[in-house]
Design a protein. Sequence first.
Length: 114
Amino acid sequence: MKTTNLMQKLGYRIRLLRNSRGLSQEKLAELAGVHPTYISEVELGKANASISVFDGIALGLGVSLSELVEVQDGDEDIALITLVSRIRGFDEHQRRVFVETATALLNGMQNFKL
């Protein structure tokens, strides 16, 4: 994968994670210890950020560095990773409700044939 393409995918992933947490670029920049303009450049794939910057962004997003940089080729994979990341932010009660709801939905879908 070309570096430019990788940086764009990583930037897109950061934007998805940031939006899923309801964070502005300014707030993420504050949490990561960088300037808001730099967050914008990272999200657009224009910045060649260091590993320490990505570590700060991961910390600000509440994910591990390895989870942050796990870039997949398909949009579905990104959507699933974003969903799992959001679930990890749930408290115990929210997780239990989510799992029960998702299980019921999946059980109901077994009867559906597309």
